[in-house]
Write a protein that binds this ligand. Structure first.
Ligand code: DGL
Length: 245
């Protein structure tokens, strides 16, 4: 069984890709909605919450965990890997792909505040896009609005207006991939929008191959669990799974 972890609904895009690539595996999705948003919390607080979430999934019997939350993975994936005994795959912003695709070497990175100020994000930029100018834009309030399913153009524009000459825009928070269509509509067709969902699913496939984790379930189960209000969570899960590609 594959475990997927996020602060809330953000990992649903990754869930969908994994389900399509590995259609005969059980998936246990866990959102730490009692503690959302992660993006405004301190590193110490986040470490405790994320470790608890990963251990919770491990206890549920998953044999691999996907950290579907950039805020968590840029914090300290090495640390989180040491907290559980099973393989961990983590999402990070696709800076390298962005650098390959930008024609003018100007990239915008949309993320939570914690991801924007993380030293690991700076490392990714220096390592994988040393020639590019990367504008980091922290989009406060987006995660909460997406969780509620109430995202106004006005809220999105307050951040998107900062995207200027950048021709490639990286979605560095998994929640934003749930409203990719709205972001593209507001930015216009000339901006290239990139997210990590597909790349993460491919990495899960690679690790499962290597570690021989396949279970080949005839009738796979998809469980959605949350630390907060479970019924509300399920309602929003159903809604976004219908909406997103
Ligand atoms: N989906 C998480 C991410 O990718 C959102 C973090 C939050 O809860 O603020 O960063």
């Amino acid at each position: 069984m594959i475990g997927i972890f996020d602060s809330g609904l953000g990992g649903l895009g990754i869930f969908k890709k994994i389900k399509a690539m590995l259609p005969d595996e059980d998936i246990y999705y866990y959102g730490d909605t009692a503690n959302i948003p992660y993006g405004e919390k301190s590193p110490d607080e986040l470490k405790g919450l994320i470790t608890a979430g990963l251990k919770y999934l491990e206890k549920k019997g998953v044999n691999i965990i996907v950290i579907a939350c950039n805020t968590a993975s840029v914090l300290d994936t090495t640390y989180f890997r040491r907290q559980v005994k099973i393989p961990v795959v983590a999402v990070v912003p696709v800076i390298k792909t962005a650098s390959n695709q930008s024609r003018n070497n100007k990239i915008a990175l949309l993320s939570t505040k914690a991801t924007a100020i993380s030293p690991y994000t700076d490392y990714l930029i220096e390592e994988f896009a040393p020639e590019a100018e990367v504008k980091k834009i922290a989009c406060s309030g987006w995660v909460e609005a997406i969780e509620k399913g109430k995202v106004s153009d006005h809220r999105l524009n307050s951040c998107l207006k900062k995207v200027d000459e950048e021709d490639v825009v990286v979605l560095g928070c998994t929640h934003y991939t749930l409203i990719k269509g709205d972001i593209q509509r507001l930015l216009g067709p000339n901006k290239i929008l990139l997210d990590s969902n597909e790349a993460v699913a491919r990495q899960v496939l690679r690790v499962m191959n290597k570690e021989k984790l396949y279970q080949h379930i005839k009738k796979p189960r998809y469980i959605f669990d949350a630390s907060g209000h479970k019924k509300k969570f399920q309602k929003m899960v159903d809604r976004y799974l219908e909406e997103i590609a």
